[in-house]
Design a binder for this molecule. Structure first.
Ligand code: SME
Length: 150
């Protein structure tokens, strides 16, 4: 599944007929449509010079959490740790921001450009404990591709 998705992501990224925001939107839609346990897929980016994240393109239910301060929630923690954060069970997390009561698990993978943590991809799942190392590697690939067009 991930190898065919990687080539689809590459095709989107290389398409010269639309810009980076539209490409990120298409990637969100692709991942949400093709991976059954990816129920919400979105990008957050550092908001200018502020120590906060701002929601970018996403696919899934609209969220109130369009701005997340560094350190808050899973996303805000990844903004500071620079490391992947896999949450098999969101109820076991104290520092967690709930977007929907249906969400059972989450994965957040930071995005780097020129060695700097510029944002992240965030996946919410309604399935408990669905994420493996393959998801991490795939999402790292997606972020590398996206960082290349930013
Ligand atoms: N659950 C995230 C907040 C973002 S929503 O999942 C879209 C967190 O704890 O940071």
């Amino acid at each position: 599944m991930f190898s065919s998705l990687k080539s689809k992501v590459t095709t989107i990224v290389q398409d010269e007929s639309f810009g980076s925001t539209r490409k990120m939107q298409l990637i969100c839609d692709l991942l949400r449509n093709e991976i059954p346990y990816y129920n919400w897929v979105g990008f957050y980016f550092k908001n200018g010079d502020k120590r906060e994240l701002k929601l970018g393109p996403y696919a899934g239910a609209p969220t109130d959490h369009t701005i997340i301060p560094f350190g808050k929630g899973i996303c805000g923690q990844v903004a500071e740790s620079n490391e992947n954060f896999v949450v098999p069970d969101v109820e076991a997390q104290d520092n967690y921001i709930a977007c929907s009561i249906t969400v059972k698990s989450e994965i957040v993978v930071p995005m780097f450009k020129n060695g700097e943590n510029i944002g992240q991809i965030d996946i919410d799942s309604d399935t408990p404990d669905p994420f493996s190392k393959e998801d991490e590697l795939f999402l790292e690939f997606v972020n590398q591709q996206v960082a290349g067009i930013l």
